[in-house]
Ligand binder design. Structure first.
Ligand SMILES: [Zn+2]
Ligand SMILES: [Zn+2]
Length: 279
């Protein structure tokens, strides 16, 4: 069954996976039906529909691609003889390349392991890191746009910029519980809450992963202070994730374009730019 491949291998990921799969389209649906038509009209409304649609579809595309793009050692030709810097994984019963790591949740070694993503139920690694970066960048832009437009609308509905309005925007659930948002339907308050949470979360991820991307290290390596594969060339580091053909900014906004990554995820360069491991 094709859909089974889509389900997270670890049951512990079912809740965050389902939350993203359901809450995101629900929020966009509410934004489309209850918020945008009240905030904009005419040409501006059409443009806002187009922008929100493009960003939402691109985020969902990246989410789908992150799940279906295999970053594991599955299907990779691995040597029978252990090479320097390689390690033997007793669970996979194979020699695993440098920078790979055995994920307990996916139960397989992952090439250039970055982290296990709970919202996709998959590991982010060598081939799908670009989709993860696109998701957080596009989500940040979408949340910023929605919060900006919703902010003006809520201020007007609440009668101006005051403590009550700020409470509605930044703590909508509390404001709703205390009956401070009688003018706004509950669904709008819910979208506000989700937008604030998603904006703060994507800002945090974007700041951290920008630093990781520039240093050439993965989240796993940075957390464990493993700096062997740190590279001073930001250009090289970004190219290792987005390939050499197109600029990273184009690929973040147009994630549908294919990339050709350098290497196969088993060979990496160290500080002095000499290749240490080859199959
Ligand atoms: Zn393994
Ligand atoms: Zn994993």
């Amino acid at each position: 069954m094709m859909w089974r491949k889509f389900i997270p291998p670890d049951r512990a990921d079912y809740i965050p996976f389902t939350l993203f799969a359901l809450l995101f389209p629900t929020s966009i649906g509410i934004q489309f039906t209850l918020l945008l038509p009240k905030i904009f009209d005419g040409m501006t409304l059409s443009v806002s529909y187009a922008v929100v649609s493009y960003l939402s579809v691109a985020i969902y595309f990246c989410w789908f691609k992150l799940i279906t793009t295999d970053s594991t050692t599955r299907g990779v030709m691995l040597p029978f003889v252990q090479k320097p810097e390689w390690k033997f994984c007793w669970i996979c019963n194979q020699n695993s390349p440098p920078r790979s790591y055995h994920c307990q949740r996916c139960n397989i070694c992952v090439l250039r392991f970055d982290h296990h993503c709970y919202f996709t139920g998959r590991c982010v690694g060598f081939t799908n890191y670009r989709y993860f970066i696109s998701i957080i960048a596009l989500l940040w832009i979408l949340c910023l746009l929605l919060l900006t437009t919703n902010f003006d609308y809520v201020i007007t509905e609440c009668g101006g910029l005051n403590w009550r309005t700020l409470l509605v925007i930044f703590f909508p659930s509390i404001a709703w519980l205390f009956g401070l948002t009688k003018e706004l339907p509950f669904l709008i308050v819910l979208v506000l809450l989700l937008s604030v949470v998603a904006f703060l979360f994507s800002t945090y991820l974007l700041l951290y992963h920008s630093a990781y991307l520039h240093s050439g290290l993965t989240t796993y390596e940075r957390n464990r202070k493993l700096s062997k594969y740190r590279c001073k060339s930001k250009h090289t580091n970004v190219q290792s994730v987005f390939g050499t053909k197109l600029h990273w900014s184009v690929l973040i906004f147009v994630p549908y374009l294919p990339v050709k990554l350098k290497g196969d995820g088993t060979t990496f360069e160290v500080l002095n730019f000499t290749t240490t491991n080859t199959l």
